[in-house]
Design a protein around this ligand. Structure first.
Ligand code: FAD
Length: 565
């Protein structure tokens, strides 16, 4: 199934390279798919528009490389023994290279709403006990609410599940909580971490929120040793040590369709690359609207795209402090809400207004991974403070396409807004770290426009298509498409969003390309990579360097697929 590629442009040798599959986008979804394909003997080319791989799991460094910040790796669930993450990485022999550090088993996330502080534990039983302890007058309602969410998400009491799915699962989580008579405070605590999918509760099906809670409650929260960039670096290494290539600064402009079949891609500079299979792990909306093009869409898909809503974009503030917060016992992960009206906040943002008081997710890499060598020097802490902001270029006073180099970074209105929102985020963060401003030695903010520019997502959305019923379960986009040879990977597909889901899903997409059930094979013990074939890790290993072009050590193609039970 191999065809000849046209010669790549400057900086990329190999006029005679041929590819079985081209993957668009080097986020966790695209890279995992590429790695599984390469490990199974396919010649794979991954094309990434950015100058570093990893998508939203990329990191960046500031202050002369003194501080490193994660863009979108704060906490991940299902990473323990037997969890989906370990299974997906086992098939690629990566479990020793991408190590997951369990975060505070006694309570991985501190939730703060006015008057209440709550530690999210592991396990539904403890979760219920803590909710009841926090709101003793609401025990009956809390028991009912948690029991229903648990049946829906954890699959316990299977006979009752279909009933609860139909009765409550498809209705908004707020309806269930209201029906259980929960107070605004109790509701706020249950909803407080929903910034991990940025969608208003009144529009979030109970099944979605319950599934989200279950993601962390079943085995706790994890963070990758060495920071989020290890994901991109090691997946890239599997690809390049198995005969594949990962090209950065290679923006795909078009997926080529001939006689109704995907046959390759065209880059922004005009280079055409042909392959038997094309996998798009880029933004769902842009894949169809821009890369494939209206003329190749079905009527149904066109309709879907017209009304398609994306999850809201984030506004993030990256801060370094000249104090080690571990010495104070500050929680490494927290959500701080200055109000208990979660829906009220979302409604403001949806209406295009930036509320005076903003909720903030606080993540402290130096506390999550104390031995991380790149986060900060000893005695310092790094913090990622995430919140939401209205979407749309108009709100941010940006004209033109930020992914096409539209200038906005010096625009006064843009800078003013950025500064205003930065101060609001710091105001909320002060509720947990009162001297944050005094100890701050570095501060920089990113807007939805920044996210759009670096990951090319629609409106800077962080979590793909909105988790409405019409986009969930059987209605979620499949990894196979109506166009033969074209497959999808990434956060908007049937496997869902988030780092765990996109890695798991990347394996699923590779299986679809190969016509095999890779998930079942890996679950049965198949390992397709011999660790000895991967690039040796030296003491000075730098995941960021290994994620940039030219730094990846390419080895002779190793095409023999290995399957060991
Ligand atoms: C601020 C933030 C916080 C987050 N926090 C968490 C968290 O704590 N836990 C968690 O599990 N998840 C978190 N996420 C979500 C998680 O990072 C994403 O779900 C995941 O990265 C999605 O992976 P993906 O492969 O679908 O796409 P992405 O990571 O978005 O990567 C897509 C890649 O495709 C490239 N691309 C797009 N179009 C083209 C093109 N035309 N040509 C070439 N390349 C292209 C982009 O440049 C990008 O690198 C967060 C995300 C953000 C933004």
């Amino acid at each position: 199934m191999t065809q000849t590629a046209t010669p790549p442009t400057q900086g990329h040798e190999a006029a005679d390279e041929t590819w079985d599959a081209v993957v668009v986008g080097a986020g966790p979804g695209g890279l995992t798919c590429g790695a599984y394909l390469a490990a199974n003997g396919k010649r794979v080319l991954v094309l990434e528009a950015n100058q570093v791989v990893g998508g939203s799991t990329q990191v960046f460094r500031r202050a002369g490389n003194k501080f490193e910040f994660d863009v979108g790796t704060h906490y991940v669930g299902e990473c323990g023994p037997g969890g989906r993450m370990q299974t997906a990485l086992t098939g690629l022999a990566l479990t020793e290279r991408i190590k997951w550090l369990r975060q505070r088993p006694e309570g991985h996330c501190q939730v703060m709403i006015p008057g209440t502080t709550f530690q999210t534990p592991t396990g539904w039983d403890t979760y219920l006990d803590r909710l009841v302890a926090a709101f003793p007058g609401e025990e009956a309602g809390l028991r009912r609410c948690v029991r229903i969410m648990r049946i829906i998400a954890a699959g316990e009491r299977p006979r009752l599940r279909p009933y609860h799915l139909l009765r409550w699962g498809i209705r908004p989580i707020t309806k269930l909580m209201d029906a259980c008579g929960l107070s605004a405070d109790a509701q706020a605590v249950i909803l407080a971490e929903n910034g991990d999918y940025t969608w208003p509760p009144y529009r979030t099906p109970t099944a979605m929120h319950a599934g989200f809670l279950h993601h962390y409650l079943q085995a706790g929260a994890y963070y990758p040793r060495g920071g989020g960039q290890v994901i991109g670096a090691h997946l890239t290494d599997v690809i390049t040590t198995h005969g594949g290539r990962v090209r950065t600064k290679a923006r795909v402009e078009r997926i080529l369709i001939e006689d109704g079949r995907a046959v390759g891609v065209r880059l922004a500079d005009g280079e055409e690359i042909r392959a038997e299979a094309v996998v798009s792990a880029a933004d769902f909306k842009k894949t169809w609207a821009d890369l494939v093009g209206d003329e190749h869409l079905t009527r149904r898909l066109r309709r879907r795209l017209r009304d398609l809503e994306m999850t809201l974009p984030m506004f993030a503030v990256y801060v370094a402090l000249d104090v080690d917060l571990r010495e104070r016992g500050t929680p490494p992960l927290a959500w701080v809400w200055p109000t208990n009206d979660v829906d009220g906040y979302y409604r403001e943002v949806e209406a295009g207004r930036a509320p005076e008081q903003m909720p903030v997710g606080i993540s402290c890499p130096t506390a999550k991974d104390p031995e991380g060598t790149h986060s900060a020097p000893p005695g310092y802490s790094t913090l990622e403070l995430v919140s939401w902001a209205p979407k749309g270029h108009e709100f941010w006073n940006v004209s033109g396409d930020p992914t096409e180099g539209a200038a906005y970074g010096r625009d006064e209105r843009y800078l003013e807004l950025k500064e205003q929102l930065t101060q609001r985020v710091l105001d909320t963060a002060e509720l947990m770290i009162p001297d944050i401003r005094e100890r701050m030695v570095f501060c920089e903010a990113s807007t939805p426009i920044t996210q759009e520019r670096f990951t090319m997502t629609s409106d800077g959305s962080c979590y793909g298509i909105a988790p409405l019923i019409k986009n969930l379960g059987p209605f979620r986009p499949r990894v196979t498409t109506h166009i033969p040879g074209l497959f999808l990977a990434g956060g908007s597909t049937e496997h869902m969003f988030g780092i765990n889901a996109t890695i798991w899903g990347g394996m699923g997409t590779a299986g679809a390309v190969l016509g095999r059930d890779l998930v079942a094979e890996v679950r049965d013990g198949a390992v397709f990579v011999d660790e000895a074939d991967l690039t040796p890790i030296t003491d000075g290993f730098d995941p960021l360097l290994a994620s940039k072009p030219g730094s990846v050590i390419r080895r002779a193609a190793r095409r023999r697929p290995k399957a060991t039970a």
